[in-house]
Write a protein that binds this ligand. Structure first.
Ligand code: ZN
Length: 86
């Protein structure tokens, strides 16, 4: 039997879901990737804790990388999630 795969193109990414790991919070917030790039700091909308220490932390870098790769004409990026269930 063939393996099922779930795949999607990077260009399809538009929203990230952020799950706060602060004890007693655990809020889940969805944010447009464009806002990740523009936001001065990314913080939990519930407990207000910043998700990263620096202004240019990995969340902002992720947003910038996705934004720049969407503009890239020489390559398309596809993510593939293999079906691990048997
Ligand atoms: Zn929180």
């Amino acid at each position: 039997m063939s393996k099922k795969l779930f795949s999607f193109m990077l260009g399809e990414l538009s929203i990230v879901r952020l799950i706060c790991n602060q004890p007693k919070c655990g809020a889940i917030a969805e944010m447009p990737i464009a806002r990740l790039v523009r936001a001065a700091s990314v913080k939990c909308p519930c407990c207000q804790m910043p998700y990263e220490d620096e202004n240019d932390g990995p969340l902002k870098m992720l947003g910038k990388a996705i934004h720049q790769l969407k503009q890239q004409k020489d390559v398309d990026v596809e993510f593939v999630l293999p079906d691990t269930q048997r």
